[in-house]
Ligand binder design. Structure first.
Ligand SMILES: Nc1nc2c(ncn2[C@@H]2O[C@H](COP(=O)(O)OP(=O)(O)OP(=O)(O)O)[C@@H](O)[C@H]2O)c(=O)[nH]1
Ligand SMILES: [Mg+2]
Length: 242
């Protein structure tokens, strides 16, 4: 029997002012998925997150840093990171936040799910998944937002705004991930929507999401509004046959 081919794996983590979290998330990812490389995409954080990553990468060749000169939002950071992953020939790419809201210990399960799927979604809203420490209004916004997206776009995925996901290389190419236009949460929705419409196999892996305990959230009303209006615009364009 030929030896099994080990996929080359990359974990992409966007950062803006995450100096209080970056070492912890790097430690966790390196210990649970030692075979995977890591790419931090930092928008020149004023708090020196990039310098901390540079120091780590000097002693660990699996850790890479991509610096962008300006803060352009989550979507732009991920596009840069996914572009880097495709250029560097990775077979599987995971994405996660730096604030430890996404449980690093679920990375192996997320990657393993790609044996039978094109996209694996770390999901709060399937059996076994959940949310810890979120205020009721955050829960309500997330639940309501997910319901809205599922109804408007007719998606079967339960956690459409999930930011903890893994893609095969082929999936990233079929989604045309570098062509997406979204910046905030809608970036997550756009990729899942495109994956679904392009016939890719999407599986949901249960995760428990924990609210950040350090650093500040970059979530804002304008990010939420972008998601609501883009989702509607995509559906209208679909119905018009564009
Ligand atoms: N490079 C880059 N990273 C960003 C930007 N905005 C957010 N991030 C990072 O993206 C991840 C998610 O951002 P958060 O602020 O945690 O947003 P959130 O998880 O939606 O909101 P909370 O649940 O309130 O934390 C974190 O790792 C951030 O540092 C950005 O403009 N550029
Ligand atoms: Mg967060």
């Amino acid at each position: 029997m030929p030896a099994p081919i080990t996929p080359r794996r990359l974990v992409v983590i966007p950062t803006y002012d995450e100096s209080e979290n970056i070492d912890r998330v790097l430690d966790a990812v390196r210990s649970v998925a030692p075979e995977a490389d890591v790419l931090i995409v930092d928008d020149t954080s004023p708090d020196g997150t990039g310098d901390l990553v540079r120091a780590r990468s000097a002693s660990d060749s699996a850790i890479n840093l991509l610096v962008k000169p300006t803060k352009d939002g989550l979507g732009a950071a991920y596009r840069a990171g996914f572009g880097w992953a495709l250029e560097h020939g990775y077979d599987q790419v995971a994405q996660m936040d730096a604030d430890l809201s996404h449980p690093p210990e679920r990375l192996p399960v997320l990657f393993a799910a790609l044996d039978d799927a094109d996209v694996a979604v770390g999901s709060r809203y399937v059996r076994g998944g959940g949310v810890r420490n979120w205020a009721w209004h955050r829960r309500a916004i997330s639940r309501g937002g997910n319901l809205y997206v599922r109804l408007v776009l007719g998606l079967r995925v339960h956690d459409t705004t999930a930011g903890f996901k893994a893609f095969s290389r082929a999936a990233l190419e079929k989604i045309d991930v570098l062509e997406s236009a979204s910046n905030g949460y809608s970036f997550q929705i756009e990729n899942t929507w495109r994956a679904s419409r392009r016939g890719l196999v999407i599986v949901e892996v249960p995760i428990t999401f924990t609210d950040r305990t350090a650093g500040r959230s970059k979530m804002s009303g304008s990010i939420a509004r972008e998601a609501l209006s883009r989702v509607l615009a995509w559906r209208i364009a679909e119905l018009r046959g564009n």
